[in-house]
Design a protein around this ligand. Structure first.
Ligand code: CTP
Length: 402
């Protein structure tokens, strides 16, 4: 299974004899579907050339913090934002010390400070260095800060010693990197998500619709599966591949989406309405293609059912979450919808900001509950979906004891 499909892994390589294994690690990460970019410290370049890792990753290797050319291509903050996971392998004793102390003297440590992504390190060093109390204290600091520690293994070392400090094998590191995305926070929970636009037919060849891409709903489905949930995605017409392990039900109109949603109740714990449902549909669908006659024409429209409101007022009501895409007074409109539709949470986003929303790849939202608001800063829809799911899980368990 490609557990790192569409995941962006920033691979940091530090100086140590195990640096040569970074070449194979890139391949193993790619086997899992990852897109890999490499950052090398100065010392790492003494052990393996940037050119080798560039050829394998298919991306330029980043080495300098203060190189204007590299910064112009992809600045260090952009790189920090790009990453879904920062994986440092091998992580030397020196790197662990610098990370534990929050230093930012080179590109890799700076990225580790700047990123919102998780950090995982695969230590590799002489067994004496590993056992040293300074390294062990740094290790504890990193563990306390939620840095994932992959390995090290025990065995014979390049220096002739035997003991702990060998870097794990590339295949094991890749598998553990993939496991970082499987949070388990929604283990056994059943989620239903609506996504994309709806299409309301006018005649056999025409329809009313909107520009929703479905990306946010699909990203939520992926993140929910990774969090351990079983997920049904009710999708309007969008050109997106079905995420792995997700059950997809394709629909066209709001009516069909409504029927599909109601059919899921009874075996649904959390319902997320991420679809941009058309509020109205033509009162009549012409049986034949409508021919042009007059200079003006009028299409009578009738209201569509409000799907999320119907779900939230159903006797078998799941934990219900809606979206509010607004262009002004975002939070107050969102609060209004939370109340009117009887929702547990509403996810508000400001679609007047052209960097986020409908057809863009990024989003920034505020999760509004009855008594709280949680803002999530701009990030790719994939990264945002993972953060959103963590907030959703917290609210869900506060109401439904685990
Ligand atoms: N929604 C729904 N069924 C509809 C309309 C909307 O389930 N017929 C859901 C959307 O999936 C989303 C939320 O309701 O979760 C959006 O709320 P809504 O008030 O319908 O948003 P707008 O259509 O933007 O409303 P308005 O024009 O009033 O701002």
């Amino acid at each position: 299974m490609q557990q790192l499909n569409n995941k962006q892994i920033l691979l940091g390589v530090t100086g140590g004899i195990a640096a040569y294994k970074a070449a194979e690690l890139i391949r193993r990460l790619q086997d899992h579907g990852a897109n890999v970019r490499v950052v090398m410290t100065k010392a790492a370049q003494e052990f393996i050339t940037p050119l080798t890792l560039q050829a394998l990753s298919g991306n330029p290797v980043h080495t300098d913090l203060l190189n204007p050319e590299a910064e112009a291509a992809m600045g260090h903050i952009e790189l920090a934002r790009w990453a879904d996971l920062v994986l440092v392998a091998p992580a030397s004793a020196d790197f662990m010390a610098r990370l534990a102390h929050g230093e930012a003297g080179d590109l890799l440590t700076t990225l580790c400070l700047a990123t919102h992504a998780g950090i995982a390190i695969a230590p590799a060093m002489n067994q004496g260095m590993w056992r040293d109390p300074s390294t062990q204290a740094n290790l504890q600091t990193l563990i306390d800060r939620q840095v994932a520690i992959l390995g090290p293994a025990e065995g014979s070392q390049a220096c002739g010693d035997i003991g702990p400090g060998r870097m794990l094998e590339a295949a094991d590191i890749a598998a553990l990197a993939a496991a970082q995305f499987q949070s388990g926070s929604l283990d056994g929970v059943k989620l239903v998500i609506t996504a994309g636009p709806t299409r309301e037919a006018i005649d056999p060849v025409r329809y009313i619709s909107n520009h929703s891409s479905g990306k946010m709903g699909f990203a939520l489905a992926t993140a929910a599966v990774e969090a351990g949930a079983s997920v049904t995605l009710i999708a309007g017409p969008v050109a997106l591949a079905t995420p792995e392990r997700v059950t997809r039900i394709n629909v066209e109109s709001a009516d069909q989406m409504h029927q599909a949603a109601l059919a899921e109740l009874g075996h649904c714990d959390i319902f997320i309405g991420a679809a941009a449902v058309a509020d109205y549909r033509p009162a009549n669908i012409a049986e034949q293609k409508i021919k042009k006659n007059d200079d003006n024409m009028t299409i009578a429209l009738v209201r569509n059912p409000d799907i999320i409101a119907a779900v939230a007022s159903h006797p078998q009501r799941p934990f219900a979450i809606g979206f509010a895409a607004e262009t002004q007074d975002v939070l107050s409109y969102a609060r209004g919808k939370l109340k009117n539709k009887n929702l547990d949470l509403i996810i508000a986003n400001d679609v007047s900001d052209s960097r986020i929303g409908f057809n863009s790849d990024d989003n920034a939202v505020t999760v509004v509950a009855e008594t709280s608001e949680t803002a999530i800063a701009i990030a790719s829809k994939q990264q945002l979906a993972r953060q959103l799911l963590a907030v959703i899980a917290e609210h869900y368990y506060a109401k439904n004891v685990k």
